[in-house]
Ligand binder design. Structure first.
Ligand SMILES: NC(=O)c1ccc[n+]([C@@H]2O[C@H](COP(=O)([O-])OP(=O)(O)OC[C@H]3O[C@@H](n4cnc5c(N)ncnc54)[C@H](OP(=O)(O)O)[C@@H]3O)[C@@H](O)[C@H]2O)c1
Length: 328
């Protein structure tokens, strides 16, 4: 089969479409012919040699896909050939065929295309897990979502809006401010112009936010601790702004009884991913049917343009997802 491969660790020029073995089907798995996949920052890190796949996962990049079931394992009950599915993967999504556990695969809502469905799994499951399971967001709470116009950010805004939250986001441009407001953000702050913690505290009468979704790490840590509310939860998903914090203000953790959790979805157990996919299917997929939730797609490109897609995301240009249409 054809797959997006990496010649050697490095820049986007190392990506090419080449030949890879078709993955073997387990008895509780389905084989899916990929129609579309989407680019994630994890693919970029893996391409650079900085994020190897977890044990047992495919070496091919790609954390999600949407497509059509072409074969089912001996013990599969949930699916039949021809079903339209999308799924989160630990790797291998940028390929003509993937195999996925039958309980991790989810049905594509009828009105969504394969390209739209390919942009849901990674960002919505991450956002749902971070806000609801780990952040324990309750109805009507204040939340702060960094990188509001990112893939995960645009999903998190929609989930927080469903929970009737007061939603603060940070972004770098006016265009991203407008996009976040259109999705339901209460206040979008340009972090290049303002101290976001001051803005959040001003708008919340000094109370701060109950749940904070962070991708930035060191560069934001002090402001994050300043604008978390008492008993607040901060969920750390990435460290795009650095790993090391000088003079970490530990006292804030005690005074405000804060919970800081770091998490990665990719290396979670199969059981965890099954539970997350099933809960998401029953709680959130109906909201895609009604239009309350929607995949936010920046653009759809042929997978032959994967190099350009990586460059575009690395330049922070995307609002939502960049989807790759798999030509087969
Ligand atoms: N831990 C997990 O389970 C998990 C799961 C999914 C994703 N992630 C990670 O979460 C992050 C977001 O993923 P995504 O796919 O949603 O990202 P994305 O769509 O590629 O967007 C990332 C955005 O972050 C902002 N940004 C980048 N560097 C920054 C910096 N140094 N300071 C402040 N803002 C910065 C940029 O927006 P502005 O122009 O607004 O600055 C950029 O467009 C990635 O690092 C990804 O690997 C983690």
């Amino acid at each position: 089969m054809k797959a997006i491969l990496v010649r050697q660790s490095g820049g986007p020029e190392e990506l090419y479409i080449g030949d890879a073995p078709v993955p073997e089907l387990g008895e509780l798995e389905i084989k899916v012919r990929t129609k579309a996949t989407a680019v994630n920052r994890a693919d970029i890190l893996q391409r650079r040699g900085m994020y190897p796949p977890p044990p047992g996962a495919s070496n091919v990049i790609g954390l999600e896909m949407a497509g059509e079931v072409v074969e089912i394992g001996a013990k599969v009950q949930k699916w039949k050939i021809g079903d339209r599915v999308f799924a989160l993967l630990a790797g291998g999504g940028c390929a003509e065929y993937v195999v996925v556990d039958e309980q991790v695969a989810m049905p594509i809502p009828d009105h969504l295309s394969f390209e739209e469905a390919a942009g849901i799994a990674e960002v919505f499951l991450t956002a749902y897990q971070s806000l609801i399971w780990i952040g324990q967001m309750e109805t009507g709470q204040n939340v702060l979502i960094h990188a509001g116009a990112s893939g995960v950010g645009t999903a998190a805004i929609q989930i927080a809006k469903w929970k009737q939250g007061r939603i603060f986001v940070t972004v770098s441009t006016e265009e991203k401010i407008k996009a976040c407001q259109a999705l339901g953000a209460t206040m979008a702050i340009n972090y290049k112009e303002f101290n976001f913690a001051e803005k959040v505290l001003e708008a919340t009468d000094g109370k701060g936010v109950h749940v904070l979704i962070d991708f930035i790490g060191a560069a934001y840590m002090k402001q994050n601790l300043n604008c978390l509310a008492v008993d607040g939860h901060m969920v750390m998903l990435a460290l795009m702004g650095g790993h090391k914090v000088e003079n970490f203000p530990l006292g804030k953790l005690l005074q405000k009884r804060l919970t800081l959790t770091g998490t990665t979805l990719r290396n979670r157990s199969l059981e965890y991913k099954r539970k997350l996919a099933q809960e998401f299917t029953s709680v959130c997929l109906p909201k895609f049917e009604t239009g309350e939730f929607k995949p936010v797609i920046d653009q759809i490109m042929s997978w032959e343009k994967v190099k350009e897609a990586h460059e575009y995301i690395e330049a922070n240009k995307n609002i939502g997802k960049v989807v790759l249409k798999v030509e087969n």
